[in-house]
Design a protein around this ligand. Structure first.
Ligand code: NDP
Length: 272
C-alpha cells in the first residue's frame, strides 16, 4: 500500500486542536503503513460538499468530530449497529456503494477499560451525563453485561429518554442528580463536558462504594475538575486519553484491516 491508498481526514468545528492526525501518524509508523491524514474544518451545512470534494481528491476514510457526528449519519449508504444505536457516526469508510458509517466510541472505551483491567461485567455502573458520547458507549457497554447502569444528567429528561431507548439491551435506568440514598456504584463513568468550563457535575461520595473506580471521558485540562474531586474523595480515577486512542485504533482497523497497539501511542502523546 502507498499513501494514496489511505488518504484520511478528520472533519469538525473546531478541528485545529484535534489529536487525531498525530495519533494516526503514530499508528502508521507503528505498523509500517503510510497514511496521509489531514484536519478539515467543516460545519454541519458544509459537510456534504466538503466530504464530496475530499472523496474526489482520493479520500477513502474519515473521522467526524463535534458537531458533525449526527449529521454524518445521513450521508452514509450503510451504518453499523453502534452508529444506529447512537444516531451518530465518528468513522467513515468509502465502499462501492458510498460511505459506510461506524461509531467506534464504545469499542474505544472498552479497549481502554480492558487495558486498565476494569471489567464492566457484573458491575454497578453510574454514568454521569447523557449526551452524544453516552449514546455511543451505552450499546457496547451493556453488551458486556454489567449488573446495572444508572444514568444521571443535569437535564433529567434527556437521561430518561436515553435509558428508554436502551432498556431492551439490559438493566438501565436514569434521571436527575436527586436520586435517593441506598444506591451505591462501583464504577462511575464521568461523561459530561462540564470540565471544559472548569466545572464538574454535583456527584456525592456516598453514591460510590469504598473501592469504586472512576473513569473520565475527558483528558487534559477538562479532566482536572473531576480528577480533583476524585482525589479529594479517595476515588481512583483514569482519564479518557486511552479511550481517544482506542476509538482511533478501531477506526484505523476499519480502514486498513490492522489494529495498532494503543499503549505506545499513549506514551508518545504523554511525552509530547
Ligand atoms: P454533549 O454536548 O453531547 O453532552 C454534554 C453532556 O454534559 C450533557 O449530558 C450535559 O448535560 C452535560 N453537561 C455539560 N455541562 C455540564 C455542567 N456544567 N454540569 C453538569 N452537566 C453538564 O457532549 P458529548 O456527549 O459528545 O461529550 C461529553 C464529553 O466527553 C466531552 O467533554 C467530550 O470532550 C468527551 N468525549 C471524549 C471522548 C474520548 O474519546 N475520550 C469521546 C467523546 C467525547 P445537559 O444534557 O443537561 O446539557
Amino acid at each position: 500500500m502507498n499513501a494514496q491508498d489511505y488518504k484520511l481526514a478528520v472533519f469538525g468545528q473546531p478541528v485545529a486542536h484535534s489529536l487525531s492526525p498525530r495519533i494516526h501518524r503514530l499508528f502508521g509508523e507503528q505498523l509500517g503503513i503510510d497514511v496521509d491524514y489531514a484536519a478539515i474544518e467543516s460545519g454541519i451545512d458544509e459537510l456534504p460538499e466538503r466530504l464530496a470534494s475530499f472523496r474526489s481528491e482520493g479520500g477513502t476514510g474519515a473521522n467526524l468530530t463535534v458537531p458533525l457526528k449526527p449529521a454524518g449519519l445521513k450521508l452514509c449508504a450503510r451504518v453499523d449497529r453502534p452508529a444506529r444505536q447512537a444516531h451518530a457516526v465518528n468513522t467513515l469508510k468509502l465502499a462501492a456503494d458510498g460511505w459506510h458509517g461506524y461509531n467506534t466510541d464504545g469499542a474505544g472505551l472498552l479497549l481502554d477499560l480492558d487495558r486498565l483491567g476494569i471489567d464492566p461485567a457484573g458491575r454497578r455502573i453510574l454514568i454521569v451525563g447523557a449526551g452524544g458520547a453516552v449514546a455511543g458507549i451505552l450499546g457496547p457497554l451493556l453488551a458486556r453485561e454489567p449488573d446495572c447502569v444508572h444514568l444521571v444528567n443535569r437535564t433529567a429528561d434527556r437521561a430518561r429518554r436515553l435509558t428508554d431507548k436502551f432498556a431492551h439491551l439490559g438493566s438501565i435506568d436514569g434521571g436527575g442528580f436527586d436520586f435517593g440514598p441506598g444506591e451505591r456504584f462501583d464504577l462511575v463513568i464521568q461523561s459530561t463536558s462540564a470540565g471544559h468550563a472548569s466545572e464538574r457535575p454535583p456527584l456525592r461520595r456516598e453514591w460510590l462504594t469504598e473501592t469504586a473506580i472512576a473513569y473520565d471521558l475527558n483528558y487534559g485540562a477538562a479532566h482536572e475538575p473531576f480528577a480533583n474531586w476524585c482525589r479529594n474523595n479517595g476515588v481512583s480515577v483514569h482519564d479518557g486519553l486511552g479511550m481517544l486512542v482506542g476509538q482511533a485504533a478501531q477506526a484505523f482497523e476499519i480502514w486498513t484491516g490492522r489494529q495498532p497497539r494503543i499503549t505506545p501511542v499513549m506514551t508518545a502523546l504523554a511525552r509530547a
